[in-house]
Design a protein around this ligand. Structure first.
Ligand code: 9GP
Length: 831
């Protein structure tokens, strides 16, 4: 029965409704109000930073109306929510995204124009929220975007790092890292919630609660407060606004006044420093596990605060804890949040007094786990002694989880000692290690990979024994996707306008299946010309960006060949630059007339290397060394340019992705779980040059084999090649040998610097099979060139590709997760 509205309800409604003021006068008023009242500016002292801040705060006011409404609505109807737990959210900028979502872009452009600013310049004032490394963190951002747009009740949970992904400077060709102080200016897109704070314990000792089987009291003096900051996630064309709740360590209470009064100033703030460091920095490793103690504490702070918050919200419904899985689904984004499993067990056993079996049943029905990698160096394992010291209660719970699990395995497969050893959550090494992927698998009701090939591989490798014990149905595939809002509509307005015209309206932005309509226009000459022109305009925009960031002038008429992603040996940027060296050699050998007939090409690299990843950093140096020589060679001119765009970020990607003719996704087969930039490039009319790996395979299936250039060995061949190369030195083909020779002759500066890269192939077992794939890679490049020369065919490929890419919308992915794993339903917000 509806309660009679009180005055508070009515007042609340005044600020929480879906109707948003759109008229220029109201918008202008609110921008001016923020300029003067929030930022103390006068008309004479407005600069573009404050024009941005004031308009961002004004947009946020509008967003908040709907945000309040959304949360209140979900509480009121008792909606089941999904919680996407991720230590990374690579959001990028929010302002433009919010303007588009609220369909207020033109209105704000008008108001800003009136006060003398261009919207594009104002947008450029925003700092990226770079709370992630690469694909995994950006996927999380796309998924919360889809949840919001599709009206699913769901939140992201993460950490609010004071320093996001480092800024990459290139000095003398080398990567140099600088801190990303993204919170130096006010951040309109977050809300501190000092009232939402939870204590998180570390270290200490346990006291068994008498009379109970599994109940302990955890006594510790080291208790930190995790405080919530909320980031709104605008849903495009819907009232629904999502939320990412990020935790930060609150330190004020840790100031030691006694020490201060005694003159011990460092001691007075010591506790604050120890606490704050937990949420200070994002670990800059992509696909590598560093195993640092601080990282473990960071993970636990995140998991504990999140689980306490989820349980507290659930308890406000008044329902019994056994119904938690009916109200909450928790998705673990990789193993980083796996401590959520023992933490929920701790809360249910020790705080709530449940028995083990009931607590375990609730836990496993609530959690599901996504695996994102098979690289051995990325597998999280924590030494048992470290875990035992920092989290004694959790170590105990993990032992019990393992014990009950192994008892079950033993019953199913008596006398198989080997199986027990291989499947145990505790690895019997010295010291013993907790295998986090195994813990995540045992504690979840579903495990998924992120592309079809990857989901198959994990069933045959890391989880092979679990498939035997727990059955195949537990293991499913959820191919990744990306958000069409940011990765088409926002970053590529020219192409988006054409799609809107063909579809008849903008509904494709939330329903990508509608882009199929492009196929009908593939033979329309006028349309094809405009399609080509849109790509050329994007290439000019990138050429300007390259000039501004590197000082290198490139011709937009050349073929733009892009590899933009984290620098990692398995992604093989080294193979790419070696092929560039070979191309340079060939061009130098040609007579001028012959060279003039060559297809001009701009090879663009972008990406960061983890600070401690020496080989990856040498690859960056090699790319820059090659660029310097090639770009200065007058004989070569525009026929070949090589560019390393510094400080790759979401915003940089928004410039780069729409401008590619081809993009390279050339990981050794079986190593790239999915990839998501491959999807972004094709969704923007670029063609892939890639290996038969990750989501490349499914992209090829969707767009058709005419629309993709595959090369290289297949995943099932990799083991044999590696085995062979362990015992035999590779024999580089003439092209690869030529590239080695040029480096060793010193063409690109001191040859010694680069010798270890060559040695990794010739003497290090060539783990990533560059020598194996190089010949077919060079052939694939030739095929690309040949195809690009036939502009008509190329435009056909480009249009058909976009038309057939609907599968790779994150909306499709989220719908599959919602229906097959989370069991949640879309609920459009109604007032
Ligand atoms: O390396 C994978 C990448 O292939 C995938 O697209 C992305 C999102 O699923 O996750 C990456 N994995 C990691 O960053 C670490 O597991």
């Amino acid at each position: 029965q509806a309660k009679t509205p009180t005055r508070e309800d009515t007042e609340f409604r005044a600020y929480s409704h879906s109707e948003i003021a759109r008229d220029a006068a109201t918008i202008k008023n609110s921008v001016v109000m923020h300029l003067t009242a929030t930022f103390l500016r006068t008309p004479a002292s407005i600069d573009s930073t404050h024009a941005y801040l004031a308009s961002a705060f004004s947009v946020r006011d509008r967003l908040l109306q709907r945000w309040n409404l959304t949360n209140e609505f979900h509480d009121r109807i008792g909606a089941k929510r999904v919680y996407y737990m991720s230590l990374e959210f690579l959001v990028g900028r929010t302002f433009d995204n919010a303007l588009l979502a609220l369909q207020l872009r033109d209105e704000y452009a008008g108001v800003l124009g009136d006060v003398g600013f261009r919207l594009e310049d104002v947008i450029d004032e925003e700092r990226d929220a770079a709370l992630g490394n690469g694909g995994l963190g950006r996927l999380a951002a796309c998924y919360v975007d889809s949840l919001a747009c599709m009206n699913y009740p769901g939140w992201g949970y993460g950490l609010r790092y004071r320093y996001g992904m480092f800024q990459q400077q290139i000095i003398n060709g080398y990567q140099v890292e600088a801190p990303d102080c993204w919170l130096d200016t006010p951040n309109p897109w977050e809300f501190p919630r000092p009232d939402v704070t939870y204590p998180v314990k570390f270290y200490g000792r346990l006291e068994h609660v008498p009379g109970s089987a599994h109940r302990y009291r955890w006594v510790s003096d080291v208790v930190y407060d995790a405080m919530a900051f909320d980031m709104p996630v605008p849903g495009y064309g819907t009232t629904n606004v999502g939320n990412i709740r990020l935790w930060s360590c609150k330190t004020n209470g840790l100031f030691d006044l006694n020490k201060f009064n005694a003159g011990d100033y460092a001691g007075a703030t010591g506790g604050q420093v120890a606490a704050q460091i937990l949420t200070d920095v994002l670990y800059p490793n992509d696909n590598t596990n560093e195993g640092k103690e601080l990282r473990l504490r960071q993970e636990y702070l995140f998991c504990s605060a999140t689980l306490q918050d989820i349980v507290a919200r659930f308890k406000r419904t008044g329902r019994p804890l056994s119904e938690l899985p009916d109200m909450a689904a928790i998705q673990l984004n990789d193993t980083h949040p796996t401590l959520g499993i023992p933490e929920l067990m701790r809360i249910l056993l020790d705080d709530e007094g449940l028995e083990w079996d009931e607590a375990w049943d609730i836990t496993t029905r609530t959690f599901a786990f996504t695996n994102h990698t098979v690289l051995p160096e990325a597998m999280e394992k924590w030494p048992v002694p470290m875990m035992d010291r920092i989290l004694p209660r959790h170590m105990g719970i993990i032992y019990d989880i393992n014990l009950f699990f192994l008892q079950r395995v033993e019953k199913q497969f008596p006398d198989d000692r080997g199986l027990l050893r291989d499947i145990s959550i505790i690895e019997e090494s010295s010291p013993q290690q907790v295998r986090m992927a195994f813990l995540a698998c045992v504690g979840s009701h579903r495990v998924n990979g992120v592309a079809a090939i990857h989901s198959d591989i994990i069933k045959q490798s890391i989880f092979k024994d679990f498939v035997r014990v727990m059955g195949e149905d537990k293991f499913v595939n959820k191919t990744n996707g990306v958000a069409p809002r940011r990765w088409m509509n926002e970053c590529n307005p020219a192409m988006s306008e054409l799609i809107t015209e063909v579809v008849g309206d903008r509904s494709w932005i939330n329903d990508l299946s509608k882009v199929r309509a492009l196929e009908a226009r593939v033979d329309d000459e006028a349309f094809r010309r405009r399609w080509w022109a849109a790509k050329q305009a994007n290439k000019r925009r990138l050429a300007d960006y390259i000039l501004a960031t590197t000082g290198i002038r490139v011709s937009p008429d050349a073929l733009f060949d892009v590899q933009a992603k984290r620098i990692h040996e398995y992604k093989r940027q080294l193979m790419n630059i070696l092929s560039v060296i070979y191309r340079y050699h060939r061009l130098k050998e040609m007579a001028p007339a012959e060279r003039a007939r060559e297809l001009p090409r701009v090879v663009v690299f972008a990406g960061k290397a983890a600070a401690g990843y020496w080989v990856a950093k040498q690859v960056i140096k090699l790319i820059n060394a090659v660029a310097e020589v090639v770009n200065a060679d007058d004989e070569i001119g525009d026929v070949l340019k090589v560019v390393f765009v510094p400080d790759y970020s979401v915003t940089a990607a928004e410039h780069i992705v729409p401008a590619s003719d081809i993009s390279q996704h050339i990981s050794t087969a079986g190593t790239e779980a999915s990839g998501t930039s491959n999807m972004k490039f094709v969704l923007n009319g670029g063609i892939i040059l890639g290996t038969v790996d990750g989501a490349n395979i499914e992209i090829g299936e969707e767009v058709g084999e005419e629309q993709i250039f595959f090369f290289g060995c297949l995943a099932h061949e990799v083991a044999d090649f590696r085995h062979y190369l362990r015992f035999h030195q590779p024999k580089p083909d003439p092209a690869l040998q030529t590239a080695f020779d040029m480096i060793q002759r010193g063409t690109f500066g001191d040859a010694h610097i680069f010798q270890p890269l060559i040695d990794s192939i010739l003497r290090g077992g060539d783990v990533y099979l560059l020598s194996v794939d190089f010949p077919s890679y060079i052939e694939a490049h030739k095929a690309v060139e040949e195809a690009y020369r036939h502009r008509d065919d190329w435009v056909t490929k480009s249009i058909l590709s976009v038309a057939r890419m609907a599968k790779f919308s994150s909306d499709r992915a989220i719908q599959e997760y919602a229906e097959e794993i989370w069991n949640i339903e879309p609920v459009p917000v109604v007032e």
